[in-house]
Ligand binder design. Structure first.
Ligand code: GDP
Length: 365
């Protein structure tokens, strides 16, 4: 399963945020595909469509879908040279599929900042530079290997060398791999390098608990937004401290607390949704009298693979998927009505599953 890693310098609020995630998070018993690891937190994906479907179908139970965050501790300046937890840290980042980069935007004299003052851009650049240096090493090593073959005019080696040089130049200007444009063919080569700076990133601006409502007046948040815009990355504003308080509450109490704070949605919920998209994930639904359930899939998969997420037998014996889009179903008011209006389609094994599809799989056993 895909996972997002939480990174950031020490004392920016990572642990506080991660604790909120585990506290609010789901039990792994409900999600057997999830890892059981103290550094992994499972979150359920908030989705209003699931409530709507529940009202419509009135099932015995409703099950949201979930995915994982991994807490990656211990980056400091010099990590790419083995400082702090250096190499260990980098290998943990290598294993995640996207990065949530937590940045300190709160002022608190009692909490030491590693470089002496709050400076979010310098913090971001410190971490980004470590990742770029690690990638530079990967690329340089590879260049040494293909150089000779390339000079002997070996076509493949020449093509690879061109890609590597382009990356090398970018890294020397402190540009991450994700910002370099390549042809589709070259992109495959880049992917095979498993670079750290190829991974998509979003920034989490951690503001003080009293600043949540006026986050845009926070000059640090503005700086992060400007920086992220250049990186085409999203920024989520949270107050890790507030999130840890929200995470302790459920149901009505939670609603009341959010209302008191004057916010419609917790920062954590916003972060979960944004990260889900960042990972390239989407949701399809199954809806029956027994249960209404959301399922996570990676965008681009076809109907049989989607069926396989529920059970491998569904994929092996796949015949067809009876499919209606969430919007059509809600508009029609019931599955029966959707059928009568001709909104329900029978899709075969080449069907590309879309976000919001409500599916019934037909299969041979
Ligand atoms: P980490 O080293 O990045 O994991 O940071 P921690 O989560 O351990 O936070 C470092 C310190 O900052 C702790 O004492 C937290 O209570 C504090 N902290 C985290 N978020 C906030 C915040 O939004 N406001 C304030 N005032 N303190 C915070």
């Amino acid at each position: 399963a895909l996972t997002a890693g939480i990174v950031g310098l020490p004392n920016v609020g990572k642990s506080t945020l991660f604790n909120a995630i585990t506290q609010a998070g789901a039990e792994s018993a409900n999600y057997p595909f999830c890892t059981i690891d103290p550094n992994v937190g499972i979150v359920e994906v908030p989705d209003v469509r699931l409530q709507k479907l529940t009202e419509l179908v009135k099932p015995k139970k409703t099950i949201p879908t979930a995915f994982e965050f991994t807490d990656i501790a211990g980056i400091v300046k010099g990590a790419s040279k083995g400082e702090g937890l250096g190499n260990q840290f980098l290998s943990h980042i290598r294993q995640v599929d996207a990065i949530c980069h937590v940045v300190r935007c709160f002022q608190d004299e009692n909490i030491t900042h590693v470089s002496g003052k709050v400076d979010p851009i310098s913090d971001i650049e410190t971490i980004n530079l470590e990742l770029i240096l690690a990638d530079l090493e990967t690329v340089t090593k590879r260049m040494q290997r293909v150089e000779k073959m390339a000079r002997q005019k070996d076509k493949e080696a020449m093509a690879e060398y061109e890609v590597l040089s382009k990356l090398n130049d970018a890294f020397e200007e402190e540009t991450p791999a994700r910002a370099v444009s390549f042809t589709e063919e070259q992109q495959k080569l880049v992917q095979s390098l498993h670079l750290l700076t190829s991974k998509s990133v979003l920034y989490v601006a951690n503001v003080g608990e009293d600043e949540l409502l006026e986050a845009d007046n926070n000059e640090y948040v503005q700086l992060v937004r400007n920086f992220a815009a250049k990186d085409e990355a999203e920024v989520i504003v949270v107050s890790a401290k507030v999130e840890s308080e929200i995470a302790e509450l459920e149901g009505e109490e939670r609603e009341m607390f959010l209302e008191e704070l004057g916010i419609a949605e917790s920062g954590l919920d916003q972060l979960i949704k944004a990260t889900y998209h960042l990972l390239g994930l989407a949701t399809y639904f199954t809806a029956g009298e027994q249960e209404v359930r959301a399922w996570t899939f990676e965008k681009g998969i076809k109907a049989p693979q989607a069926a396989g997420i529920i059970h491998s037998d569904f994929e092996k014996g796949f015949i067809r998927a009876e499919t209606v889009s969430y919007d059509d179903l809600v508009e029609a008011g019931s599955e029966q009505a959707a059928k009568e209006k001709g909104k329900t389609r029978l899709e075969g094994k080449d069907y590309l599953v879309k976000d919001g599809d409500v599916m019934h799989f037909r299969f041979n056993v």
